[in-house]
Write a protein that binds this ligand. Sequence first.
Ligand code: PMV
Length: 333
Amino acid sequence: MGKIFKFKELDFRFKRGINMKRVTAKAPVNIALIKYWGKRDNVNITPYNSSISITLDNLYTVTTIEESNEFSFYLNGKKQTKEESQRVLLFLQNFASIDEISKINVFSTNYVPTAAGLASSASGFAALAVAANEYFNTQLEFKRLAAVTRMGSGSACRSLLGGFVAWNKTGEVYEITSPIKDLVLISVMIEEKQKPISSRKAMEITVNTSPLFPFWTIITNRDFIDMKHAIVSGQYELIGELTEKSARLMHATMLAANPPILYMKDDSIVIWDLIQRLRSRGVYAYITMDAGPNVKILTKSSHQINILEELKNLGFNTSVVSRIGEGARIING
Ligand code: PMV
C-alpha cells in the first residue's frame, strides 16, 4: 500500500552506474474470486483449497535488482532495516547463494494508490521472484517459480499470470481461458491502517480452531470447479454469485474461529448492503473482501458509473477502478 511513485523518482539512483548489471520486473495485484484460506503445509505453502483470481491491469509493483557492494532493500524509496529486509533476504535464497545476494540492491515500488486500500505483498513477491530469476540467471521453470513465489506470500503465485488465474490445491498455477472481457473491479478504501492481524496468523487460527473450517474446504473446492466452468462458458451472473459466496464463507469461517477474526468494519457492511440493494434493482454488482475491511466490487463497465455515484452518495469518494490485466514480466534487463 502506498502513494504512487513516478518512474522519474527512481531514475536518479540508477544514474550512478550506467554499465551496472540491472534487471527490472513488474507484477500486478490479483484479487481472488474464489479465496485461498488455510495452509496445509506451512513450509511449502500448499493450500487446503484451490483458488481463482483476476489479475488487475493498473495496480502493480515494480522491482529492480542491481549490482552493489552490499545488500540493501528499498521499499517505496525508503531503505529498510535489517529486520524489515529479512523476509526478502530469505526469499532470495531460493534463487542465489548468500554471497551473490550480498552484492545487490533491491528497489521495490508499489504503484497501488492509497485509495485502493490494497495490500501489495502478492505483487511484491511476484515481481521479486521474476526479477531474481532473471538477474541471477536461475532459470527456474514456471512450475518451480510458482512454488517458490508462493513461499513469499501464498497468493503471489497467482500474480505471475494474467486474466483469470487458478491455483490448484495440488500446486498447479494456470490461466483459465474465457470469453469474458468486460469485468471491472472497484476497490473502495475503508481504512488505510495495517491489518490488526496478518493473514498468515489469521489463517493458522482459523485452521486450528474454526468449527466451520472443514465445511469451508469442502464447499470451496466444489465452488472452484463451478467457477472454472462459469469462467470458461462466460456466465457473468454465476461468476458474481460464486465470488460473493466465497467472500461470505471465508469471513464467516474466520468469525467462528477462537479468538474470532473480524476484518469487517461498519463501513464494509454499509457497502455490502448497498450492493445487495443495487443488485435487486438489476445492477451487476458483487462484493468481495480479503484480510482487511476494504471492499472490492465486481461489476461491468456499463454499471460502473452508477455504482461510483451510489458510493459517493454514501460518502465513499475515492475508489479505484481496475480491469483485467497481464501477468508478471521483465520490463528491462
Ligand atoms: O497471500 P496471503 O498469504 O497474504 O493470503 C491471501 C489471502 C486472501 O487475500 C484473503 C485470499 C486470496 O486468495 O487472495
